[in-house]
Ligand binder design. Structure first.
Ligand code: UDP
Ligand code: MG
Length: 315
């Protein structure tokens, strides 16, 4: 039987777009001739979106509506979508009609030999200065730092295999880093060009402050990728270096005092030496605390430090 699909759509105050969105998603998935469901997550809308979603759901049993108690953010909405989706392939898209449901077949074609397919809004219809230019820089930076090169991390239109996405936990603004997170657990990622439209109804939910949040999340993601199971390796080297430098500086000053008798109390070098020792000790302690946290994290939840693809011959 054909693999079933779930379309996951986060919704925050998109009342005018919803009827058009529902119709075009429905047209697109119906023509696929496969089992499907459409999962809307209402992220605490206050503009009547909930009413529209509920009436859509009443008339269509392929539709699932999850309503949040308040606005938790797009990442949380998408995480809820992944939780409630039951399809073998999960496709996410924006509710504002900026993504085109007609691209769904393109994603499905590409996922035949991949685990994650990421849309690329090649002709992006957003403002140049506040949107497209920061986005080029952000995508370059994210690609460099994560080692997973994509042109467009920010495009919500993506497709995932269930096995991959169900094993990824999201925090902060991390929905945009899913391809990187997936690639680190061994998923194959491909990119396809998708259509992008200007926003017709409603307003964008993000301003320029998104840039800072993305940078902070990128630091988190990179740290977790490199050091989550061995935090002392992240903090330890700097701790040893600073501690060692502080020790040598103090040794030198002690020798000066003992052998020449010159006063050292007012020397800036003394401050530096003390600072280095304190920082060095702090960093080592931070690393050790991290090591304990890593054990609590993995052992309390029976989380392995590896990802198994399959096991043959074990009963
Ligand atoms: N969204 C959400 N919760 C939020 C912010 C946004 O569910 O707190 C949804 C929003 O309704 C839309 C998608 O996430 O479906 C992308 O938001 P938006 O179009 O504002 O982002 P942009 O396209 O401007 O980057
Ligand atoms: Mg949008």
């Amino acid at each position: 039987m054909a693999e079933s699909i779930s379309i996951v759509i986060p919704v925050y105050n998109e009342v005018e777009s919803l009827p058009h969105l529902y119709k075009s998603v429905k047209d697109s998935v119906k023509s696929l001739k496969r089992p499907y469901e459409i999962v809307f997550i209402d992220d605490g809308s206050t503009d009547g979106s909930i009413g529209v979603l509920e009436s859509i759901q009443e008339s269509d049993e392929q539709v699932v509506v999850v309503t949040f108690r308040r606005n938790f953010g797009q990442t949380a909405a998408m995480a809820a979508g992944f939780k409630y989706a039951t399809g073998d392939i999960i496709i996410t898209m924006d509710a504002d009609l900026q993504n085109d449901p007609a691209d769904i077949p393109v994603l499905l074609e590409a996922i035949k030999d991949a685990d994650v397919v990421s849309g690329w809004r090649k002709n992006r219809q957003d403002k140049l200065l506040s949107r497209r230019m920061p986005s080029v820089a952000a995508n370059w930076l994210i690609s460099k730092v994560t080692g997973v090169a994509l042109h467009d991390y920010g495009c919500t239109l993506k497709a995932y295999r269930k096995e991959v996405i169900k094993n990824i936990n999201l925090y902060g603004e991390m929905h945009r880093f899913i391809p990187a997170l997936a690639s680190w657990v061994g998923a194959k990622i491909v990119e396809v060009e998708t259509t992008h439209h200007a926003r017709k109804y409603g307003t964008s939910k993000y301003g320029i402050s998104r840039i800072l949040r993305v940078i902070l999340d990128l630091i988190t993601v990179k740290f977790l990728q490199s050091f989550s199971t061995r935090p002392i390796q992240a903090f330890g080297p700097a701790g040893l270096f600073l501690g060692g430098a502080g020790f040598l500086i103090s040794l030198y000053l002690t020798a000066v005092k003992i052998f020449t008798g010159a006063p050292i109390g007012g020397r800036p070098l003394l401050m530096l030496g003390i600072l280095c020792i304190i920082l060095g000790v702090q960093l080592i302690i931070l690393g050790l605390l991290g090591e304990m946290l890593a054990r609590v994290y993995h052992e309390s939840q029976n989380k392995p430090i590896f990802v198994v693809k399959k096991v043959l011959g074990k009963k």
